[in-house]
Design a protein around this ligand. Structure first.
Ligand code: ADP
Ligand code: ASP
Ligand code: MG
Length: 403
């Protein structure tokens, strides 16, 4: 007998028919003699619709009340799935995050899981029940419900699998696995049979939404092997694990991130300590800086450009306005019409020429590169947002056509 954690995303539980399909997958797993813990997301676009509704009522809702609202989405799908399973005649119980032992930090809207107390889930499994847990949520030390940030149900599933030492953690979604690029955008994207944690973490962080990046981080930390697969087609999916060198691909995928903006401080006086001051101020407000570029300078001044998530643009510009005045820089400007496109692959560590190939693909498509950043296993470029889809297509073709 094994313990299997199965997570179903929004599309997989979107309506009655889909819920019945999930009930079928879950009960078949249970029938084989396994203990089954199921984690569910909110149905379809429920979370987006709730957010829209909230802003209609109050354009600046408090994060606490927002979490009260959003937690309801997962409660609906968990209870409905339990009913679908009851109808098939199996013992089942649904639990909210706090009932399932999820304790989180206090940060409403982006809480981190601090611990999972598995006792309640264990008791229910001992009663031979299928246990359904609401993803994406927990409770903090003030006994307030919290959410984990968008896409957080993946992390809920991995956390349960880690704490309970599950034998298998399956992430069911609306595509057949992890592909070399978003299969909804790139027609000839190829499904990967296996991908390493490190590569998956980069892809997820750089915009491939198929897995939440925190879930991959946690899976790597606790050695939880994941399978990403479709709830609709029932074919083997992609295994995410600690891959050995033999399995590492030169390039595993291309990702695009539109949640990015470029900010430049023009005419910064050329003396030590100014970059340190500005980045300290931004860090204090938890602004995530990504690519940084400093110009060589002229007339004893230099320009500093960097990228941030677009949603933090307003806060960033507010800080920069004060900063520009204090240090006597010329001004601060931004461009939010940009995207980050990245190539990820563990093999590039040992194979030179990947950057050249990527830049050639962009050159052939007549796309201008604004900024570049690299790590051992990824290369990212910042380009104009209107060029982003074309860039992904061109780069994907360069690396994956005729293979
Ligand atoms: P769920 O609701 O099941 O959590 P998501 O919408 O969060 O599903 O993630 C699945 C989506 O991720 C797919 O529909 C696909 O469009 C997108 N996606 C982006 N990049 C990739 C990739 N490299 N491989 C697979 N899917 C990807
Ligand atoms: N329902 C949440 C969201 O839409 C969590 C999830 O689906 O993982 O972000
Ligand atoms: Mg998701």
């Amino acid at each position: 007998m094994s313990l299997i954690v199965q997570k179903f995303g929004g599309t997989s539980v979107a309506n009655t028919e889909r819920l019945q399909n999930v009930a079928d997958i879950v009960t078949k797993t249970y029938e084989k003699g396994n203990d089954v813990v199921v984690v569910v997301s909110a149905q379809g676009d429920t979370t987006d619709e709730f957010i829209e509704k909230a802003y209609e009522v109050n354009p600046k809702p408090s994060k606490r009340e927002m979490d009260m609202l959003l937690c309801a989405g997962e409660q609906i799908s968990a209870s409905l799935l339990a009913m679908a399973i009851e109808k098939l005649g199996y013992p089942v119980i649904s639990l909210l995050g706090w009932q399932a032992g999820f304790f989180t930090s206090t940060a409403n809207g982006s809480a981190r899981i601090e611990s999972v107390d598995p006792n309640r889930i264990k008791r229910e499994l001992d009663q031979k029940r299928i246990v359904i847990v609401t993803g994406f949520q927990g409770i903090n030390r003030y006994e307030d419900m919290t959410t984990l940030g968008r896409g957080g149900s993946d992390t809920s599933a991995v956390a349960i699998a880690a704490v309970m030492h599950a034998d298998l953690c399956q992430i069911y979604t609306d595509v057949e696995g992890v592909f070399t690029a978003d299969p909804r955008k790139i027609e000839d994207a190829k499904k990967l049979n296996v991908i390493s944690y490190d590569e998956m973490l980069e892809l997820a962080t750089l915009g491939a939404q198929v897995l939440n990046n925190r879930s991959v981080e946690m899976a790597k930390k606790y050695g939880v092997e994941l399978e990403v697969l479709s709830s609709l087609t029932r074919k083997p999916g992609t295994i995410v694990k600690e891959a050995n060198k033999m399995e590492e691909m030169l390039i595993s995928g291309i990702a695009k991130d539109n949640d990015v903006a470029r900010v430049s401080i023009i005419g910064v006086p050329d003396r030590p300590g100014l970059a340190f001051k500005i980045f300290t101020k931004l860090a204090a407000k938890e602004i995530n800086i990504d690519i940084i570029l400093q110009s060589i300078g002229r007339d004893n001044t230099k320009d500093i450009s960097f990228t941030i998530p677009e949603y933090q643009l307003e806060d960033t510009m507010e800080i920069l306005k004060c900063y520009v005045e204090t240090i006597g820089a010329a001004n601060a400007v931004y461009d939010s019409n940009v995207s980050k496109v990245s190539v990820v692959g563990a093999g590039m560590e040992t194979h030179p020429g990947v950057a050249a190939q990527m830049f050639e693909a962009l050159f052939d498509a007549n796309i201008n590169i604004q900024m570049i950043s690299t790590s051992e296993i990824k290369i990212s470029v910042l380009i104009s947002r209107q060029d982003a889809d074309q860039a992904v297509t061109a780069i994907h073709k360069k690396f994956f056509s005729n293979k």
